[in-house]
Design a protein around this ligand. Sequence first.
Ligand SMILES: [Zn+2]
Length: 468
Amino acid sequence: MKARSIPDTARQGWACLMLLLGLTTTNCLAQQHAEDSLMIRKLFDNALTAGRIGPDLRYLTSRIGPRMSGSDNAQKAVEWGRLKMQEINPDSVYLQEVMVPHWVRGNKEKSFFTRSNRKREVMQVCALGGSVGTNGRLTARVVEVRSWAELAALKDEQVRGKFVFFNRAMDPREIETFNAYLGAVDQRSKGAIEASKRGAVGALVRSLTLPIDTVPHTGAMGYDPKVVKIPAAALSTKSANLLSESLRYDPDLLYSLTMDCRQLPDVKSYNVIGEIKGAVYPGEFITVGGHIDTWDLSEGASDDGTGFVQTLEVLRLIKTSGKRPERSIRAILYMNEEAGADGAIAYARQARLSAETHLAVLESDAGGFTPRGFRIEGSPDIHAIISGWKPLLAPYKIDDIHSGHRGVDLAPMKGLAKALISLDCDDQRLFDIHHSALDTYDRVNIREVELGAASMAVLISLISKYGL
Ligand SMILES: [Zn+2]
C-alpha cells in the first residue's frame, strides 16, 4: 500500500485536531461526517432541482437518435457532447481520436419457416451486430441446441448445411438479471464461430431477454479469422419458442433468412473529454463516463443515453458545487463501447503513455435505473475505504458495495487505475429493452437517472477529498 492511501483521512484528522485545539479526534471525525453529509445533501439537491438530465436526454434521443459507431449520427452526438461540456465550462474540453468499425444493417431482415405441410410462419428477427449478410435468401434445415455440449455431441451430418439454433434462455431464477444475461450471452458472442466450425450455414440465437414477446434484441457477435463467416440473427423469444415447438414434431421444416447487413471501412471518430483541474493534487485523476454509441434499432435512451447525460451532469454538479475538487476530475464520453470498446482502449493507451495517476475510473452503463450502490474492482484496502463511507451513502440508499465492476469501457484501465467502479442499478427491467427497438425515452424514469448522477458525483467527491 502506498503512503497516500488510507492515511489521507488520518492526516486530515490530525490537521483538524491541531486546528481545533481542545477537540478530541472523535469530535473531529464527527465534524468531518457532518461536513460530508452536507456536501452530499447539496449534490443531491442540485441534481434533483436544477439538473439537466431530462432535457439533455430528450435532445439526445429525439434530435440525434440512434448513434451507431461510424454513423453520421454518432458524429453529431460527438459534436453535441462537446458543446454541452463547453457550456458547463470546465478547465478544458477536447476530443480524442479513435478509429471505429462501421457496420450497417441495410434493408430490414426477412425471415420465416415453412412447415412440411407448406404452411409458412413469419419470424421476428434482427441481424446480430457485425454479422455478414445472407447474399439473398438463405434457406436450410435447423438443428436446435441449448448448450455447447449438445452441439459437440451432434454428428457432423446433423449440423452440416443447416442453421444452428441456439435456444438457451436467460435463467429467470437469477435475482440479478445481469447474471442471467451472462449465463446466455456466449451463444450470441461465439455461436456463429462454433456453428461454422461444424459446417453450419447460419446461426440463429434466442434473444437475450426474459419476457416472451415479439421483439428481437441485437448485440455484438464475434468471428474467428480462421473460420468461415456465417450470418447470425437474433430471434424474438416468441419466435424462438414457436420454432422450438415446431422442430419437435417437424424436424425437417425449412428456415429462410434474408439479411442485407455488411461491414464498411473503419471511420475516424472521437471520445469527448472534459476536465476540471484538481486544487491540491492536479496530477491525480478520477474519471466518470458513459458511452456515446448505441445500436441502430432504437434511440439508445437507456443504453447508454442515460450514462451519456449522467456524465455531463456529474461534471456540472462538481463544477457548480462552489468548491474546486482536490483531485482532477475527467468526464469521458466513450465511442464504440458496443462493438469493441475502441474509445476506452484509446483512452487507456493515452493514460499509459502519459503516466498519469488514475485513482478511480467510474462508468454508468447499467441502464440508468434506480441506483443501489457501486461495483468496485480494487484492493481490499480500497474496498475498506469506500465501505467506510456507507453511513454517508445509506440515507440515499446507495450503500450496496459489491466486488467486480461491470463496465466494458472500464476494463482497459485494469492495472492503470487503482479502482474500476460501475454505478450499480436495480436491473430488473434492463434486459426487457436492452439492444432492442424498445430502448426509448418514454421508458426512462428521469428521476432515477438524476439519482444515479448525484450518486456518482458523491462518490467522486469523497474520493477526491480523501484519496484512495
Ligand atoms: Zn451500454
